[in-house]
Design a protein around this ligand. Structure first.
Ligand SMILES: [Mg+2]
Length: 348
């Protein structure tokens, strides 16, 4: 490989090696039960328990589509990239084993600006903090220079054979539940967009705004969503959920997925939705990226008010499929509406 010198004095190849070394030293924290061999060899070695199946999910985060360099702090981009995959594991009732990260980054994101750390260093801080909190070691990946920032994450998890929570098991008569609250991510995103707009009009820079302390709580559901791993594991162990998935695209879209896979329809009680205090009903229904769990359970299932500290709300019921009609309906004080999928919109 021929390396070319750049302005900061190192070569592309050396820069990549330094970044690899940084990632390796920061990722290799402690041994974990499912990861026998992490970064450093040709492959990672994962170890499943006896009678376990492996759950695997991948998520692509692309600048301009899934995040914006001029809106999102680098730490948040790293956190969200991992959170999306962890949330998919949670939705299956899987315990995380290891994460794999492939990064394609423009040169300016791998070098520090002024005296500050490089964008990629801050990205890793966000990702590795969540990896540590969720006991999900970073076990490998790849690096390349790319004209657009791209993070591709692969998550592996384990679940006892035959026990994974699927989208396909809901039956008419089952009740519908969600964890936590809805719409907080969309409300936070709206506020973040407004903040970025204000900042951009004052100085033209491709940098995210500094987030004032008083907005931290409001923006947290969008910038730092918490995947419901403990709640998914609880549901899997207790065998109470007939179907489950995570709310990545918004309740209206994700509920339609659950209905389609189960061959059923659903009714949602608008008044029963656990709205985030800052969210509108529209944001709760269509906002997306809340990363809560949506699940169905038979009426006889005894569910606690909270699972691992997170509230559980009963929001409706599963009914027989109505061929040719929208899968879900919304029951409000003013009547019944069709609940059409209208969730996820890319940043434009
Ligand atoms: Mg999902």
């Amino acid at each position: 490989v021929q390396s070319k010198r750049n302005e900061s004095g190192d070569s592309g190849a050396q820069g990549e090696l330094a970044l690899l070394r940084e990632i390796r030293s920061r990722a290799a924290k402690r041994p974990s039960s499912g990861l026998r061999l992490g970064i450093g060899d040709d492959c990672a070695l994962l170890r499943l328990g006896v009678g376990e199946e492996m759950a695997v999910t991948t998520d692509l985060s692309i600048a301009g589509h899934h995040f914006r360099l001029d809106w999102h702090p680098a730490e948040s981009v790293g956190h969200r990239a991992l959170a999306r995959g962890l949330s998919d594991l949670a939705a299956m009732g899987a315990r995380p084993i290891a994460a794999f990260l492939s990064l394609g980054l423009p040169r300016e994101l791998t070098h520090g600006v002024g005296r500050g750390p490089a964008w990629v260093t801050r990205f890793l801080s966000g990702l590795l903090a969540l990896a540590e909190a969720s006991k999900t070691p970073l076990a490998g990946g790849d690096l390349a220079e790319s004209p657009v920032a791209v993070a591709d994450i692969v998550l592996t998890g384990a679940v006892p054979r035959g026990k994974a929570l699927l989208r396909s098991g809901a039956r008419p008569g089952d009740l519908l539940y969600v964890t936590g609250s809805l719409g907080g991510a969309a409300a936070g995103l709206a506020r973040l967009a407004a903040l970025a707009e204000q900042t951009a009009s004052r100085k033209v820079r491709l940098q995210p705004p500094t987030i004032p302390k008083n907005l931290h709580d409001l923006l947290a559901p969008h910038l730092y969503p918490q995947p419901r791993i403990a709640q998914g594991l609880w549901l899997m162990r207790h065998g109470l959920a007939s179907a489950a998935l995570d709310l990545s695209d918004g309740l209206s879209t994700d509920l339609a997925h659950l209905c389609e896979e189960s061959g059923v329809s659903a009714e949602v009680d608008a008044d029963a939705l656990p709205l985030h205090p800052a969210a509108t009903l529209d944001q709760a229904l269509h906002g997306g990226e809340d990363y809560e769990l949506l699940f169905a359970a038979p009426p006889a299932a005894k569910l606690p008010r909270k699972i691992a500290g997170v509230g559980i709300a009963k929001i409706g019921r599963i009914v027989k499929a109505r061929p040719g009609r929208a899968a879900a309906t919304l029951l409000t004080a003013h009547g019944t509406k069709l609940l059409k999928p209208n969730g996820w919109e890319h940043f434009s």
